[in-house]
Design a protein around this ligand. Structure first.
Ligand code: ADP
Ligand code: MG
Length: 256
């Protein structure tokens, strides 16, 4: 817009300061009379170094929102910006390149390759993109999530919490500005889940990363700086400095 180039080192939209923003996002599945509206006009901005939890009843559009914000799904209309860059109209190749440099994604079910070692899983996205990370970068990424010395373990030889740590290392090895996580603790017991949430929180506090996480769990939302509440594809509320009690109360009022 004003001619400046945004890079990973100079995160943030020069006008709003947001590292990530959405304006009027609509996403419908299918066409015509049978179309299902998953998002019906969502706008939100995410400041650098903040942790946001996205909550709402099942089917309210949380995953769709995360996928649109992360450039993994195309909105039917509306805008998504990463810093100054509008990603909505970008060709697939350019989007994939930018996505690899700027965002990471963690799934509920880890999505690791079972036949590969932890180190091979971490380097896979870069290898597929023709830019494999250096062995020291892979080792450091695993060490940062507490898995030093586990480089050669396969997912089947690791606990659920350790597998999610591998997935986080894989998402972070390219040092993205924004980490997305869709119910990252959904498959873990409570104590292990809290360790993973602590890891995400530390990334925000120490590394200045921006984190956007979908969760069902009011206790998990407490790790975030704010909660965005979705219902029926609309953003209906924002809770700042959420406590588990306040979040639980707000969710039960929604019937979710
Ligand atoms: P949440 O993550 O909050 O449970 P989703 O974003 O997964 O919600 O889904 C929002 C709405 O969009 C739901 O009504 C869901 O059934 C619908 N939906 C999601 N993905 C698809 C798809 N691939 N095809 C058709 N409908 C979908
Ligand atoms: Mg979902």
């Amino acid at each position: 817009m004003n001619g400046t180039t945004t890079t990973a080192a100079t995160a943030g939209d020069t006008t709003t300061g947001a590292v990530l923003s959405a304006e009027g996002l609509h996403r419908a599945y299918g066409r015509g009379a049978g179309a299902v509206p998953a998002l019906r006009g969502v706008s939100a901005a995410f400041a650098p170094g903040t942790f946001t939890a996205v909550m709402g009843p099942s089917g309210s559009g949380k995953t769709t929102l995360l996928h649109c914000l992360a450039g993994m799904d195309r909105p039917t209309s509306g805008s998504v910006r990463w810093g100054d860059t509008e990603i909505a109209g970008l060709p697939e190749r350019r989007l994939a390149e930018l996505r690899r440099a700027r965002v990471g994604f963690v799934f509920q079910s880890f999505n690791l390759m079972p036949a590969m070692t932890a180190a091979q899983n971490v380097e896979l996205p870069g290898r597929l993109a023709g830019r494999p990370p250096a062995r020291t970068e892979v080792r450091e990424a695993l060490a940062r999530v507490g898995l030093a010395g586990r480089e050669r373990h396969r997912p089947g030889q690791l606990s659920g919490g350790q597998q999610q740590r591998v997935a986080i290392a894989r998402a972070l090895v390219s040092r993205p500005e924004v980490l997305f996580a869709d119910e990252p603790t959904g498959a873990l017991d409570r104590a292990t889940g809290r360790e993973i949430l602590g890891l995400l929180r530390t990334g925000v506090d120490v590394d200045g990363r921006t984190c956007v996480m979908v969760t069902h769990d009011p206790a998990a939302a407490e790790f975030a700086d704010r909660v965005l509440l979705l219902a029926d594809g609309l953003l209906i509320d924002e809770l700042l400095r959420p406590t588990a009690a306040r979040v639980a109360e707000r969710l039960s009022a929604l019937g979710g």
